[in-house]
Structure formats: structure tokens, C-alpha cells
Design a protein around this ligand. Structure first.
Ligand code: ARG
Length: 572
């Protein structure tokens, strides 16, 4: 992807016989820039060859020396302990990277990975009649970033909001409202009132388990089209969707399709027919199930229909998946939900595989860890929900205070506070490996010096300010052969990684790679800022060359943030 890196990889592949992907993943950056620009640790190869890593490094450096001497891109190769270090011709390297960024402009980093292919992404998918909590922020933020990254790489994307407007917890809210609900109060404050009812139901059910039956009965009436239940359901769904849409508007998110589980509940007969006609559906204590255990793993069966004759989360998802495949003929389908649903998706994938559906291999579950707020785990049921809208509002207010303190004369301060406050929350969401549980505190995610969104935004704004001070337009053809200092090289080397990071990020549905990249780029950029007086002196050629680097870094930071769903204010 970068011809310099590719040349190193090819050379190593030829001499070692290692796989290209393995070498690409092994290739690192030496801890000390004096050692070189790229380093290959030799431990893996040493194991294979049954030699010491130091010996392997030594042999390889010697073997590669003639190749490197003849190269227009590489400057040197040497062994240092168990590592082979490579230096590139720095000015040529920097020139190449800056030329790519100049020609590709805002599309720098994109590729045609997804050309002609469609990916459907099921994300956010909140449960209606429950408030939009920061737990759903994870699916929303991660899914949205996965969507944007794929789109950038040329995929046709279909973002799907699979609303949880059906099923057990809806039954509980309906039952709770029928018992204790007050129409006036719910009308006045639907989100809070509904959650209060939901929490009350879950408190009282401990003492009175018969409430569960009432919830089931409400659900049965709803499924049977009972007017009262249907009217309540419609009302609650509308209110919840309204709340979700306010949040999507704040976050700048739109979906290509929003369909509730209720829509797929109606397809129960089709799902039953699908499995029955293939001889896979079995009666079990009144319910209809499909066995999915393999070997002796004893995985619980997929439940197609309950003993009450109603649809299940499983059957609604099967109906949705069959519909999506028919409608979009996707090449990839990604489900973004928390990791407690991993079993659910495995069961579905296995059941469809048993049914002879080979395209199910294109489906993947991208699970994420739980989010807690100031160390408190979130559970709507126990009433510890943190309402996302409140968190976003707080983040904006806190940012307003920080700006008033640090930069009281900032123009458009309120708009910037919004971008930074929201950016901080969004970044915190995607900045950890998906699967990790994360704990979330506003003071931390708003720290301008920490590993935060505002830190990346601030670095971007700082680089914009250099360009403002420069006062002229950036000459994208300026000669950069005078560049090559350590800080310049480090920054250019980071910029060169971007296409590779994006490629992996889409492959693994892992926006955190892009977030980590943005942090590393910001750090390299700040080091550069501190060490290189870009506009000082009167060497106009040197200034013009460095300005190109500043501009390239600014653009790339901006693209990375955009892919994560954040704004990049030019001043803050
Ligand atoms: N509504 C579910 C929840 O909040 C998530 C739905 C995910 N998508 C799906 N097709 N099952 O837990």
C-alpha cells in the first residue's frame, strides 16, 4: 500500500519465505529513530529456523544488503540484536506521502476494497419504551463508524435500525402501564415515565411473580391485535422513536432503513415454514425449536415459536435476515450489539447453515463490551440508566465552561462546544477495542491532554491555526526534498499508515484502529509542532515544504475524525 513498506516486505518475504501478511503485521517502528524507520523482529522466524533471533537478524541483514544498496527507496539495512532495521530515503519517502495526499485530497486513505460490494450494517437498534441509554450509544457509535469507514472504502452501505419494538420487555411496560400508568404524566414526560414504569415492574415482580404472566398476557393480546394494546404500543413506539431521532440528529446519524421487530413478528409463519420444509423444526414442550448443537458443544436450540404461539427474538431475526438478503443481496452483513448476544447470533447462523443457506458465512456479529458510567453498570431494569441525551447535554455544558476559561474570545464558542462535547463522547465510545468493557466519566473524556477526542480535535485546530498564520494558500507542488528531520519523518510515517489502518479496520469491523491511529497521528503532530518552528526563519522553500506537511496532517486528522463520526472544528 505504501511502496516503501511494500518493498521492505517483499525483500523480507523473498529471503525468509514468511507469508506476506505475517511480515506486514510483524513490521514495526524502532524505539529509537537513529536505528532506522522500520524494524523487523526476528523471533517468529528464529523459531521456525531453530536459530537464535540474533543470528537470524544478522543473516538477514547481510543477505538484504545488496538489494537495499540498489534500491531507489531504501537507504540502509542493519541488524541490531534480534531486529533487522531498515532506513528509507527520507526525503523521497516524505515526498511520496505528500504527493499521494495532494492528489487524493479528501479521499486519501480510501481504496476500492468495497467496489461493487454491498454491506448491510445493523446498528443502534434501541428498544422502544425504554430510554435511549448510553449502553445503546455503543452500538450507535461503533456501528456508525463501521458504516462510514466502509463507505469510504467504496462499499455500498445499508445502515439498518432494527428497532426493538416487540418482545418481553415491551410486554412488561404494557402491563405496568395498565396497572399503574397515568396518561397525563406519560403524555407530559413520556421517556422518563415509561422507564419509571419499567423499573417499578421489575422491582415488584420480585415479590409478585404473577406480574410476569400479566406481561405475557399483554404481549399475547398485542400479537392478537387487541385494540387497546395496539394503541398503547403505537403510542409508546412513536414517543421512543422521537427520542431516538433527537439523538441521531445530535450525532448526525441517518439510517437507510428503520424497521421494527414488530414488522418481522408478522412473518412468523414464513419462518416456521422455512425450517419445517427443510425438516429442521421440532416440537419441544409446546414450543417449536431448531437444534444447533455441534459435536458435543450442547449449544441451546434456536427457538422459533414460544409455547404461547408467539414469535421470538430468534424468529424475528431470522425473518429479518432472509428479507435483507433478498432485498440487498449483501456481500457482508454486520450486527453490532453487545457481547451478551453472541450466543443469539451463533444460534441463528448455525440454524441457517443447517438449512443449507451458504451465504450465512457472509454474516458476522461484531460484539462489544459493556459500558459503565463512573463505574456503575447500566441496567434499565434496575433503574441505573444514564439517559444519553442528558450525557450529551452535560458534555456540551462542561465544554462551554472549559472554553470560557481557556479561550474566552473564541468565535462561535457555542457551536464549537457542541462539536467538542459530542466529539468527546463519540470518541470515548470508539476508542477502545470493541470487545472491552469500558468505564465512562465525562471529566476524563473531555481532558484536552488525555487520549481523548478533544485532544485530536485540538491538534487539528492547532494545525489549522499554523495555516491561518501562514496566510497563503498551500503550494501542493512545493519541493519537499529539504525535509527529513526526525519529527518530520515520524509524522510522514504515521500519515503513510492511514490506508493500511482503514483496510484492517473495515476487515475487522473495528473502528478503534482508526481512533488509535488518530491519537498516534495527533501525538506525532504535536511532537512536530513542538520541535519544528514551521513558520520561523526566512527560508521560504523550507517553510513551503513544512507547510505541506502541516496541511497533510490536518487533512488526515480531519478525515479520521469524520470517519469516526466527529466534527473537526478549525478553531477551539
Ligand atoms: N434491540 C436489541 C437490543 O437492544 C438489539 C437488536 C440488534 N439487532 C438484531 N438484529 N438483533 O438489545
Amino acid at each position: 500500500m505504501n511502496p516503501f513498506v511494500d518493498e521492505i516486505i517483499q525483500a523480507v518475504v523473498q529471503t525468509s519465505g514468511l507469508d506476506e501478511m505475517v511480515v506486514r503485521e510483524l513490521l514495526a517502528v524502532p524505539p529509537d529513530d537513529k536505528l532506522g524507520d522500520y524494524a523487523l523482529p526476528c523471533f517468529t522466524l528464529a523459531k521456525q529456523l531453530r536459530k537464535s533471533p540474533v543470528q537470524v537478524a544478522d543473516d538477514m541483514a547481510r543477505e538484504l544488503a545488496p538489494l537495499v544498496a540498489a534500491s531507489a527507496r531504501l537507504a540502509s539495512v542493519s541488524a541490531a540484536g534480534p531486529y533487522v532495521n531498515f532506513a528509507v530515503r527520507r526525503a523521497v519517502f516524505i515526498g511520496h506521502v505528500l504527493d499521494c495526499i495532494a492528489t487524493e485530497g479528501p479521499t486519501y486513505g480510501s481504496a476500492d476494497q468495497g467496489r461493487g460490494q454491498t454491506v448491510t450494517i445493523d446498528f443502534s437498534s434501541p428498544n422502544t419504551a425504554k430510554p435511549f441509554s448510553i449502553a445503546h450509544l455503543r452500538s450507535t457509535g461503533i456501528g456508525h463508524a463501521i458504516y462510514r469507514i466502509h463507505r469510504f472504502l467504496g462499499w455500498t452501505c445499508v445502515g439498518i435500525n432494527h428497532l426493538g419494538d416487540y418482545g418481553a420487555n415491551f410486554g412488561q411496560v404494557l402491563a405496568a402501564y395498565s396497572k399503574w400508568g397515568d396518561e397525563e404524566r406519560v403524555r407530559a414526560n413520556p421517556v422518563i415515565e415509561l422507564v419509571t414504569l419499567y423499573v417499578r415492574f421489575n422491582e415488584e415482580v420480585e415479590a409478585d411473580p404473577s406480574l410476569k404472566d400479566e406481561a405475557r398476557e399483554c404481549l399475547r393480546r398485542l400479537a392478537a391485535g387487541d385494540e387497546e394494546m395496539v394503541a398503547l404500543w403505537r403510542w409508546f413506539s412513536t414517543e421512543s422513536l422521537r427520542e431516538a431521532e433527537r439523538i441521531y440528529a445530535i450525532l448526525g446519524i441517518t439510517f437507510d432503513e428503520t424497521l421494527g421487530e414488530s414488522h418481522f413478528a408478522e412473518k412468523l409463519d414464513e419462518v416456521i415454514e422455512f425450517f419445517s420444509s427443510r425438516g429442521l423444526a421440532e416440537e419441544s414442550e409446546g414450543a417449536l425449536i431448531v437444534h444447533v448443537a455441534e459435536g458435543d458443544d450442547q449449544m441451546a436450540p434456536l427457538m422459533v415459536r414460544t409455547t404461547n404461539g408467539t414469535s421470538t427474538y430468534h424468529s424475528r431475526d431470522v425473518a429479518a435476515l432472509l428479507y435483507r438478503h433478498e432485498r440487498y443481496a449483501f456481500d457482508k452483513m454486520v450486527y453490532v450489539t453487545d457481547n451478551r448476544q453472541s450466543l443469539h447470533f451463533q444460534q441463528i447462523f448455525r440454524a441457517l447453515r443447517r438449512a443449507g443457506i451458504d451465504w450465512v458465512d457472509r454474516c458476522q456479529h461484531a460484539p462489544f463490551g459493556l459500558m459503565s458510567f463512573k463505574g456503575k453498570a447500566l441496567s434499565t431494569r434496575k433503574g441505573t440508566t444514564v439517559i444519553l441525551e442528558e450525557v450529551l447535554d452535560q458534555a456540551i455544558t462542561l465544554t462551554q465552561q472549559i472554553i470560557a476559561e481557556k479561550n474566552p474570545d473564541l468565535p462561535h464558542a457555542d457551536a464549537v462546544a457542541r462539536q467538542v462535547g459530542i466529539g468527546a463522547v463519540v470518541f470515548a465510545d470508539v476508542n477502545n477495542r470493541r470487545t472491552r468493557d469500558i468505564s465512562f466519566a465525562l471529566e476524563d473524556v473531555l481532558n484536552f491532554d488525555g487520549e481523548t477526542g478533544p485532544y485530536v480535535q485540538y491538534t487539528h485546530a492547532r494545525f489549522c491555526s499554523i495555516l491561518r498564520k501562514y496566510g497563503r494558500s498551500v503550494d501542493l507542488t512545493a519541493d519537499v526534498s529539504c525535509l527529513g528531520d526526525t519529527a518530520e519523518m515520524r509524522l510522514a510515517r504515521k500519515l503513510a499508515e492511514f490506508p493500511y489502518v482503514l483496510d484492517l479496520s473495515a476487515r475487522d469491523s473495528e473502528p478503534s484502529y482508526v481512533a488509535s491511529f488518530a491519537l498516534e497521528l495527533a501525538t506525532a503532530a504535536n511532537k512536530f509542532y513542538n520541535e519544528v518552528p514551521v513558520l520561523a526563519g526566512d527560508d521560504a522553500l523550507l517553510i513551503a515544504a513544512r507547510v505541506r506537511l502541516v496541511d497533510a496532517a490536518r487533512r488526515t486528522l480531519c478525515t479520521a475524525m469524520d470517519l469516526l463520526g466527529m466534527s473537526a472544528p478549525e478553531e477551539m
